[in-house]
Design a protein around this ligand. Structure first.
Ligand code: ZN
Ligand code: ZN
Length: 497
């Protein structure tokens, strides 16, 4: 009691106490400038060292990025991806042995059209970011999201990747690099000043119609995530980058992990939240910021003046309950404030997840939208089939009426005809041409459970970009053809022998 009074009133004690308790835990000399977790107080210098070390350690531990490899950094303008950019810059400025040895480039996707920003507003944001990117000296690309409408179908195919590297390959490559030109340093490539492509108003309208066709914000956000990822992968592929670096922080991944489970993406969690994601085959997605909390990043960016540019998202200025993703985010952020260690516990879970390798060999085994292995061929006792049965039961009409299975569980072979290249969903009953495309089953049969839910929330499938529709048509034609000639095919007995 007396002590408390003294602490509160006594000027001497009040001055002494903070300096004692806030000494840097690392060097034990300088006074602390930042407290990351309770008990972990760092001085400015030690915090910087700790932050930089963590980035290098994450890349070093995983040994995925080889010397001289072209790596595309996806920078949204937000604090986390901008911090990632500054870490790469930092890494390239180190001396030869500590230096990062890959060749970075930057891509920014301008999503202003998706959130209804004016042309002028978008131009300003692009200009602001251009100044940030120009200062790095790295080559950069500014891509409007509207370009997703012109993608080729190949983007939703998993291209064959580089053969698995042997265990010693990474070390050998590093040694070779150090011997050959490590000391002279690698230049980051020429900075290109290509003006961003003109965005046609009609394209912006199509994009808005596409996102607007989603009846819920949850589905709209999923759709936007899918489109953004397709555009990023395509940009990386066509510019010759074999790795795509994403700026997901630990906090972001904890949100993603929880919301993915709620969205029925349990089977894809390892891909969605892991350090590396090889679903696209030749272009590997990596998440080097996954060990940093949003708080650490905010401190670092502020202390070391890392610039970032605010860009509005779909859920900006919406209520907490507007979407599953937004609700999960506010839950995790509140959790972080009161129980900081639980968030990293959620995120650590994602480190332990593994995807089943080799389960999707053929293209038909992959989801048309998220390009993950299809999780819909599950066994009878799975949660997925339970969901189907319950949906079937809830749609069953009273005994007087004719019983109808949910249209999308029926085998496509029962379809009466083909309408506009797509199988009609009416299975012989009623007029085919009047059947709405959104109700026809086939496209959904090409999707994983979670993407089926997203598409189900859309008022029309016809607004999907052409590269998705034509790839769907191609896959459906193929599976129909396979069905037709099935009786003439020789059984593949290789597995049985
Ligand atoms: Zn220190
Ligand atoms: Zn999917």
């Amino acid at each position: 009691m007396c002590q408390v009074e003294e602490e509160y009133h006594g000027p001497l004690l009040r001055e002494e106490l903070p300096s004692v308790s806030r000494q840097c835990v690392k060097c034990k000399e300088a006074s602390a400038a930042v407290v990351i977790r309770a008990g972990d107080a760092y001085c400015r210098g030690c915090f910087k060292e700790y932050f930089i070390h963590k980035f290098r350690a994450m890349l070093g531990k995983n040994r995925l990025i080889f010397p001289g490899e072209k790596v595309l950094l996806a920078v949204s303008g937000g604090p986390s991806s901008c911090s990632m950019l500054s870490q790469v810059q930092e890494g390239l400025s180190q001396n030869a042995h500590k230096k990062l040895r890959f060749l970075p480039g930057i891509v920014y996707i301008d999503e202003g059209g998706a959130v209804g920003q004016s042309v002028e507003h978008r131009r300003r944001t692009v200009e602001e970011l251009r100044a940030v990117f120009r200062a790095t000296g790295f080559p950069f690309l500014m891509v409007p999201l509207e370009q997703v409408l012109d993608l080729p179908s190949s983007v939703v195919l998993s291209a064959p990747g580089a053969p698995e590297q042997e265990a010693g390959a990474y070390k050998a490559a590093v040694d070779h690099f150090l011997l050959s030109n490590g000391s002279s340093g690698v230049t980051a490539g020429q900075q290109q000043e290509t003006p961003p492509p003109e965005v046609q108003e009609a394209h912006t309208h199509s994009l808005q119609r596409l996102l607007g066709s989603a009846r819920t914000l949850t589905a709209r956000e999923e759709l936007l995530n899918i489109l953004r990822q397709h555009l990023l992968v395509h940009t990386a592929r066509s510019a010759g980058y074999s790795k795509l670096m994403l700026g997901d922080s630990c906090t972001r991944l904890a949100v993603k992990l929880l919301s993915s489970i709620s969205l029925g993406r349990g089977a894809q969690l390892a891909h969605d939240t892991g350090f590396s994601d090889s679903r696209y085959g030749d272009t590997i997605l990596v998440r080097p910021m996954r060990d940093y909390s949003a708080k650490e990043i905010a401190y670092y960016n502020r202390m070391f003046s890392v610039p970032s540019v605010f860009t509005a998202g779909l859920d900006t200025k919406t209520a907490d309950k507007s979407s599953i993703q937004h609700l999960t985010e506010s839950f995790v952020i509140k959790l972080q404030a009161d129980f900081p260690s639980t968030v990293s516990t959620i995120y650590r879970t994602s480190e332990k997840l593994q995807s089943c390798k080799g389960s999707a060999s053929a293209e038909g085994d992959r989801c048309l939208l998220c390009v993950c292995a299809l999780d819909t061929a599950a066994e009878n006792a799975s949660a997925f089939s339970a969901t189907l049965i319950s949906e079937q039961l809830s749609q069953t009409k009273s005994p007087g009426e004719s019983r109808q299975a949910p249209e999308w569980t029926a085998p496509a072979s029962q379809c009466c005809s083909i309408v506009g290249g797509e199988l009609c969903g009416n299975r012989g009953g009623g007029c085919c041409s009047s059947a709405k495309a959104s109700e026809s089953p086939p496209l959904r049969s090409l999707l994983c459970y979670s993407c089926q839910l997203t598409i189900k929330d859309m008022s029309s499938e016809e607004v999907l970009p052409q590269y998705i529709l034509s790839e769907a048509e191609r896959r459906l034609r193929r599976s129909q053809l396979r069905e037709e000639i099935r009786d003439f095919l020789l059984e593949d007995e290789a597995d049985e022998g």
